[in-house]
Write a protein that binds this ligand. Sequence first.
Ligand SMILES: [Ca+2]
Length: 449
Amino acid sequence: MFAVKEKGLSDRSVRILILLLAISSGIVFSENSCVCLKSIFNKTSQPISAQQQNGGEKRIYVAEQRGTIYSYTSSWTGRTLVANLSSKVVYRNDLQDERGLLGFALHPNFTTNRKFYTYSVRLFNNEQFSFVTEMVIGNNGVADINAEKRLLVIKQPHELRNGGQLFFGKDRYLYIAVGDGGVHGEIDANATMAQDGSSLLGKILRIDVDGSHFDPTGSTIKGYSNPSDNPFFSNSSVRSEIYATGFRNPWRCSVDKENGEIYCGDLGSSFQEEIDVLQKGGNYGWNFREGTKCMMGNCNNKNDILPIYSYEHGSVGGAVIGGFVYRGSTISYLNGKYLYADVRRMKMYTLTKTNNASSSSVLEVCPQNQCPCDARDKPVLILSFAQDNEGELYLLTTSAFDGRSVNDPILRILPKQSGKPGKQGALGLVNRTVELEQRGKTTSHYSDT
Ligand SMILES: [Ca+2]
């Protein structure tokens, strides 16, 4: 390189020369490389959550939107129907339906106490509610759904924007992501619930499922308590379950296995999608702000927390699907990066979080000559991400618009085959954007109007 400079070329010219040489030789310099996708199981139906037991048999549990929960051996054989809640939840076999079974989490001590938690939308007296429940798996591997214990029942004013993520933090408390229950846009009355401390809508909640307390309206012992360090625990005008406020429709939150940080993707309305990192007691802005955009009044002095990353609707997409921070060992360049997707463009992205300005890139799927012959799968529609005990990541996908497929694949994200550098390919997905728009679909959980 020094020899080149002595011939009078500037640093910029040298960089261009190197780039041209790289392109002509088929090597693309990029922070990102590409990944391969391998279908590891293709007999699910609308999978919305998958979690691996962290001890014992290390079984994998998959929850499906219509209300079924199956367990699998760690090698994806021997499926067992753990619970069938399909007669309890409301779901109408349509990807646009944002109801059904939406969240599932194993208790941190699951291997010994066999408890798990669900978030689902149900009808009661023709009104709609989000139910957070606890069940126990018996020695036969099956849960008695008649012994299901209700922890929280939250009235949902509309069938859209129900949120539904459940997860345990490193603090061993159960976090619950609840949508604002709104219908369209930022101006409907329900959206204001996100800023109403007396409502659990549009919030991230945090409860202790190992605690109990007396209901102030009676003597009923609820199946949980509110941690005394919850930010509004001593504020009588704000519900003690609330951990953070100002969310529209958080679709998929996760915990960084390494440092415990909690990431949430929050779906925007008409302008921006966003990714947030939770702070206790934080106000994340909805419905006066969408992403970084002030939507009503004066947003100065609101003291809301801006997303760590947001993007305008357009080329990146229009409906975010929150993922996980990669903490696996097989794809070293992804370590510490947050993976997410957008259903409108059917692409995966990586997000590198920094204190000042986070950056995001497309995570390409490699061309076929870089993927092993058994890792050339392509998702049609990405519903959610999952992470196994080793920190490796998976895509939960569906191939049907009517929500009736029983052949929906779970795809593992794998490193590209080494030793064959080449040009990065397009994601390789069927571009469903046009088809989605032609059908007038927004697909489940991703409504943006
Ligand atoms: Ca926000």
